[in-house]
Design a binder for this molecule. Sequence first.
Ligand code: GLN
Length: 249
Amino acid sequence: MYELTICHLYPDLLNLYGDRGNIIALSKRCEWRGIDVKVVHISLNEAFRYEDYDIVFMGGGQDYEQGIIQDDLMNGKRQLIIDAVEANKVFLAICGGFQLLGKYYRTHEGKDIECIGALNLWTHGGDRRLIGNLVFECDFLKHENFNGHVVGFENHSGKTYLGEGIKPLGKVIKGFGNNSEDGFEGAVYKNVFCSYSHGSLLPKNPALADYLITKALLNKYPDFQGLSPLPDSFENRTRESLIKRFTAV
Ligand code: GLN
């Protein structure tokens, strides 16, 4: 019997616009296939034992919550998160969580707030909010029956830029993405996947959910042969109709 443990980091502080739905999607899609899932909540002043987790999830948060978390990160979790990333743990980080994994966040007033620094990327607070439905194309999800299009919803003022060694999660088809300038959305480094998409992301995009589950299972069980398909026609038709609506001119 396969087993996965998902850690929701700062669930009480990083969980905007239903981001927790990503954990529900991961758990359910495992459960439907007979894979056991345990979800662990780790927040302020609690030990982050990354060896115990297979997937780490960080949701979005406002600047206020990100500020509260900053102290806790600098008091010990920061290095453990870097170690977890380097140990190839699977991460999904949305919006504020994505920004926190980077090197720094420069506020609108020009103050640099140090972040975890696990990924070579950085964020500058902008003067307008980038809000709306987001559609992007993920090359690594493409196959003969799927065009790799992913749908989500973004709401951020931070503009994120990717440095050397970091690949975008996808190319923006509709919306702003990382910064509304370079056409990129999200980031990938090792097994870390970052996105600005709330909404939540995974229930609407089962192919991405299964991609993360597969990575986590392969990490833990090197002889894992692949996930059995699920009847996703409802999810797929929903996603397709949303994308059609959002990209209509
Ligand atoms: N504070 C960040 C911003 O506005 C993140 C917001 C979010 O997670 N939705 O850029």
